[in-house]
Design a protein around this ligand. Sequence first.
Ligand code: ADP
Ligand code: ASP
Ligand code: MG
Length: 435
Amino acid sequence: MIVLKFGGTSVGNAENIKKVVAIVNACNENKIVVLSAVSGTTNVLVEINKLLADDKKDDVIILINKLELNYHELVNELFSSENHKLKALSFIKNKFEELHSYINKTYQNEKIILAQGEIISTHLFQIYQNELGNTSLLISALDFMSIDTHEEPDSASIKTKLVSLLSDNNDIETFITQGYICTNHKGEIDNLKRGGSDYSASLIGAAIDAKEIQIWTDIDGMHNNDPRFVENTFSIDEMTFDEAAELAYFGAKILHPQSIIPAQKNNIPVLLKNTFSPNDKGTIIKNCSPSNGVRAIAAKDGIIAIKIKSYRMLMAYGFLKNIFEVFEKYQTAIDMITTSEIAVSLTIDNDTYLTEILEELQILGNVTVDKQMSIVCLAGNFSQNEKGISASVLNCLKDIPIRMISYGGSNYNMSLLIASEDKVNTLKLLNKGLF
Ligand code: ADP
Ligand code: ASP
Ligand code: MG
């Protein structure tokens, strides 16, 4: 069995949905098709939640009505039979009545509201499959996808539930399901965070031990640099799981930060493909040889750098342990870390407990904080026998102030911390100097 995931743009309008159907039907394997919400929908749902929190009900009504009109347009363009068009419109009507019903509820329905995008896209897709006479079965991700008390996917439960769902329907060749949405440990609707449909696809692939996980998007694979900021980037034919995982975690938007891990654990190749140019080779992520030198570059914004200078001048026994305990207490992950004899610098991207963390760190040493920083991650082969790579990286950046360098943590990554205002320039300079 294989998994095919299509992102928001791929299901973004009637014309694109037709392209997705063609790709799905051209695939002769048994498959699970994972769909994102129609592009823009989740952003609108996020906005609705914000407005509801601010009690701006009139603005919410305007937004909901505008979104509903978009779906009417999509349905009118997608369906040709009156019968299926009416079915789709009636489904849309119910869903938008439901959205309106949350306006006057006193309790928070934030996660339920966020889930509606994927619920709508998959239902419309299934009705369209029916119109075309294609056999497929829509299964609800809420029946098998779940996260535990730490908001981590509950792999064992996902596997048991999904495998049983599939074996109850073993005559079906094509299953359709939602990306992004799940239930939490209380059984409530929740999600895998923004961009989470990639993660759903990978978790599903791992649960069914898929032959391959295909991520279909709006670009021809993983590029060597961020195409949103740098010209003349190119698609990479193949890369290792480690390289892809680093790039995803450190900002390559094409993949959700955690999405490579389930595939890697189960050694399932991940193929990145372009819905709008299906003949392009794309990128295959699998166990393969590491690159010669730098394979690709990504950057992650919203980083906070914290420096703690020990009051005792020398790196005292237990100093690091005490620092880490503060971050553990506030469940805040550290991304980068560098040390000197008297000080430690580290970075976090989650500022939920920043005030509390800083208060406790001040007991241990003199603390300074830099906000609006970015991590630039270079993935590739940095093993000791690859001479000169770090020198050529730093050589490109003679004019960029570098706040931290992390090198040697693994053989396949080098990370630099810079001010976010220098990010685009840094990516461009590295592109010019390294590729
Ligand atoms: P989807 O909606 O299909 O999940 P995303 O917008 O989440 O698509 O991801 C695809 C986008 O990721 C591309 O359009 C591209 O702008 C962006 N991107 C950022 N870094 C990279 C990279 N290194 N390679 C390819 N795409 C990248
Ligand atoms: N619809 C969700 C989002 O926009 C999930 C996804 O597209 O992967 O974040
Ligand atoms: Mg995405």
